[in-house]
Design a protein around this ligand. Structure first.
Ligand code: NDP
Length: 296
């Protein structure tokens, strides 16, 4: 068997197109332009790349992008004061604080200072609680992107066995909640799981969010299963730096029914979902019906 490749790049382009269409309509019919503020503290090169890319795609979707770059030594009180200003600014519908923050800043405190209605990363404790209780929330972008691809591929997910490997607050746990919300039978595996291979082999949907290059081999995958590879790992091979996922792509693609590649799978969907969340937040803030298919 050779798996169908779930093309996250094409999927993300489609989502961005949908978002741009809705943004144009919002401007025309309601005179509202969604605005996303991204806050970057310090000069982490990877974070700078992400922030640039987010800003570019925000503008391309017709939204306003506000970048706030603060020096690495910024005092916590100053960062919190900026968040307070953004919370109060009606032109800003989404606020994202790029993680990781420098060590002297308390990420939890900072994230929980964001107005939950503007928390487009979905990391605020209120949004975590709303998602956990099946209420309308802002949903973390990476798992939301995975859910969209799964829904499109499968139609209904109801009754499927899903295994999520990884229990982080930003990927594993919200992914499990979303799959549960779509009536999967969900198992969350982690570093203490006994016989991980056997657990993975039960999965109709296998989501890998571990951060270990090519950890899951093809013989851990149930024939015909859908494999969603969230991992982004940089490795050296044949004298070149390469990006690989948490699953061993070549062997898993032989067993799986469908698989997301790395790069070009989950990654591009994350920013597309950030734009979708900003649009959703803008609609909610203005009591405008939110577009279908762009939220959980
Ligand atoms: P974390 O490091 O926060 O969490 C990793 C999880 O994997 C933990 O729950 C850990 O278990 C589990 N784990 C580690 N080793 C093993 C093992 N040997 N067997 C089973 N489980 C294990 O990572 P993140 O969730 O933040 O990210 C995961 C991956 O996804 C990374 O590669 C990251 O780069 C990528 N990522 C990609 C994004 C995208 O846009 N595509 C966005 C965010 C992340 P335990 O809790 O027991 O320690």
């Amino acid at each position: 068997m050779t798996a169908t490749i779930i093309d996250g790049k094409a999927f993300a382009a489609q989502v961005r197109g949908q978002v741009a269409g809705h943004v144009a309509r919002l401007k025309e019919e309601h005179g509202v332009t969604p605005g996303l503020a991204v806050v970057l503290v310090g000069e982490d090169p990877a974070s700078e790349v992400y922030v640039r890319s987010k800003g570019k795609q925000t503008v391309e979707a017709g939204m306003n992008s506000y970048e706030h770059k603060l020096p690495a030594g910024t005092a916590e009180a100053d960062l919190l004061a900026l968040i307070d200003r953004l919370n109060a600014d009606p032109a800003v519908h989404g606020i994202l604080v790029q993680l990781p923050l420098p060590g002297h800043l308390d990420s939890e405190l900072v994230i929980n200072r964001i107005d939950p209605a503007k928390d487009v990363d979905g990391f605020h404790i209120s949004n975590v609680g709303l998602l956990g209780t099946g209420q309308k929330s802002m949903v973390p972008c990476t798992p939301l992107g995975c859910l969209m691809m799964l829904r499109t591929h499968h139609g209904s997910l109801s009754g499927l066995d899903a295994v999520v490997v990884g229990r982080s607050n930003i990927v594993g746990k919200p992914m499990a909640q979303l799959l549960l919300g779509d009536s999967c039978t969900v198992t969350i595996a982690h570093s203490r799981t006994k016989d991980l291979a056997a657990v993975c082999r039960r999965a109709d949907i296998l989501v890998a969010a571990v951060g270990r290059a090519e950890m899951i081999p093809g013989d851990w995958v149930k024939p015909g299963a859908t494999v969603i590879d969230v991992g982004i790992n940089r490795i050296e091979r044949d004298g070149k730096t390469r990006l690989v996922g948490d699953v061993h792509y070549e062997s898993c693609a032989k067993t799986a029914g469908a698989i997301t590649p790395v790069p070009g799978g989950v990654g591009p969907m994350t920013i597309a979902c950030l734009l979708a969340n900003t649009l959703t937040a803008c609609c909610r803030a203005n009591n405008i019906p939110e577009p279908e298919g762009l939220t959980a």
